[in-house]
Design a protein around this ligand. Structure first.
Ligand code: TRP
Length: 467
């Protein structure tokens, strides 16, 4: 993601400028690639498959896709439009539109700070696996109990986490993101091809793989619960970086003549496509090797993939390449997350960039450490009898904060600035085809669904305590 460093901090500007001197993305593709580059990360490769496995396979996929083309799309274009109209980052954007609603921007700005630490813990796991594969430990790592044993150690996961967040901080500190982004843009298509190859290979060589394919693709309506919707909705926010101001920031760099509607569709297709493939790579293999692992949660990818690679000709090499690419995708996302928090802090308190960076690093180290220890020192079922510290950060951001922010954004658009404001901004770059869908979603469907989901999600967790 390209947050241009030469742009002056202008969050406090009151003006609703159409062209505030922000540098823009060079063109349509530039915008889509930058947004997709930040969107594609662990959310697609690590989070989506484990949720799909856990929440009923095909039914989760169906709900996810339906939500993505209706609600996700509406929220995404709304955020981009708000950003482009105001030309500001989230806090400034809400402030410029209506001072009383600045707090929505502030809430949104807190989310990346809570995601970054645990994101980096998983980044650390990926680094460990990449390194392990590279140094010939594939056979050990393919052992069914390897992952659980590994995370229950105290020091090693902390070390890999610290390395991951440390490298992220160094890149942000020295402002050398551009180099990494260039590399990742080449590697993204390679990752895609590699995933397709792994899927085809596994499908041709694994016994019983079709049973898992059916589980992943065929919706089983008896598995539908409101948790399917809660999980799919949270994943939608997470994966497309919605409800945390990211798309507002992107919009602020977007040129007037580029179609918001088309760009949003492209980002969506790209992001969902990668997630879908990751699911296809992991879920059927899991059913074939060990279906009890389906409910494994965050450890799923690490439990299943080494086994897939072990059974593959040249698996050590392909596995190394795969984990290295995932590492890079994770790194670019972590850089964007950190960059977002650093620039918010820098603007808000008028701090030096280096100092802001160190503050963010410090907070991340503390919060990430807690997540690491959640599998060793603390009980992995510390919260509600089922959540580890890492799960709790994940739940708090994806299932609580992001739905609240999305709900507030819908209310803000419906009643304060009116959908017309967004519609005008989108129409500025051509005909707005899905105008009616957008209006109905933002006005009625989204707020009602979000409220219901929020209440249910919280009740369920609290209910677990009471029972
Ligand atoms: N969407 C990213 C992923 O799928 C994760 C993410 C969430 C993110 N919020 C973000 C990335 C903000 C960059 C900026 O992995």
């Amino acid at each position: 993601m390209s947050f241009k460093k030469d742009v002056p901090a202008e969050n406090t500007a009151e003006k609703l400028s159409l062209d505030s001197g922000r540098s823009s993305f060079s063109g349509k593709l530039g915008f889509v690639l930058a947004a997709a580059g930040s969107a594609v990360g662990l959310g697609n490769i690590w989070r989506f498959p484990y949720l799909a496995a856990k929440y009923g396979g095909g039914i989760f996929l169906l709900v996810y896709i339906l939500l993505s083309v209706t609600f996700g799309f509406s929220l995404m274009i709304a955020e981009i439009a708000i950003g482009r109209k105001t030309g500001q980052s989230p806090i400034g954007a809400f402030k410029a539109l209506d001072k009383r609603f600045t707090f929505i921007g502030v809430l949104g700005a807190i989310v990346p700070m809570l995601i970054l630490p645990y994101y980096s813990v998983i980044g650390g796991w990926v680094t460990k696996y990449a390194f392990g594969f590279m140094t010939g430990h594939m056979a050990e790592m393919a052992d069914a109990a390897y992952f659980d044993t590994y995370v229950s150690e105290v020091w090693e996961p902390i070390g890999w986490f610290a390395l991951f967040i440390g490298v992220t901080a160094l890149i942000v500190l020295f402002g050398v993101q551009k180099g990494i982004e260039k590399v990742s843009k080449v590697l993204m298509p390679v990752l895609l091809v590699l995933m397709v190859f792994i899927i085809v290979y596994a499908f041709c060589t694994t016994e019983n793989v079709w049973e898992g394919v059916v589980y992943y693709l065929k919706p089983d309506f008896s598995k539908f619960t409101y948790m399917t919707v809660v999980a799919a909705m949270g994943q939608l926010f997470y994966s497309m970086s919605l409800a945390m101001g990211i798309m507002i920031t992107f919009g602020s760099y977007m040129k007037k003549e580029i179609s918001i509607e088309k760009s949003a569709h492209q980002i969506e297709i790209f992001d969902t496509g990668i997630a879908f493939l990751a699911g296809l790579m992991i879920v059927p293999a899991c059913v074939a090797y060990d279906p009890t692992k389906l409910t494994k949660g965050p450890g799923l990818m690490f439990g299943v993939l080494p086994k897939v690679f072990e059974n593959m000709f040249g698996g050590a090499f392909i596995g190394t390449a795969f984990f290295l690419m995932v590492l890079l995708a994770a790194l670019t996302s972590a850089i964007s997350l950190m960059e977002t928090v650093v620039s918010t802090i820098q603007d808000k308190w008028k701090l030096d960039r280096k100092f802001s960076c160190l503050i963010v690093l410090g907070i991340s180290l503390v919060l990430g450490l807690l997540s690491c220890l959640g599998y060793s020192v603390f009980d992995p079922r510390l919260f509600f009898g089922k959540f580890s510290v890492l799960d709790m950060f994940d739940f708090l951001t994806n299932s609580v904060m992001m739905p609240i922010i999305a709900l507030l954004t819908c209310i803000f658009i419906s009643f304060i600035i009116k959908p017309q404001t967004v519609i005008e901004e989108i129409s500025a770059s051509g005909k707005f085809r899905q105008k009616s869908l957008f209006t109905v979603m933002i006005r009625y469907v989204a707020p009602v669904c979000l409220l219901a989901i929020l209440v249910f999600a919280i009740l369920e967790q609290v209910g677990v305590i009471i029972v």
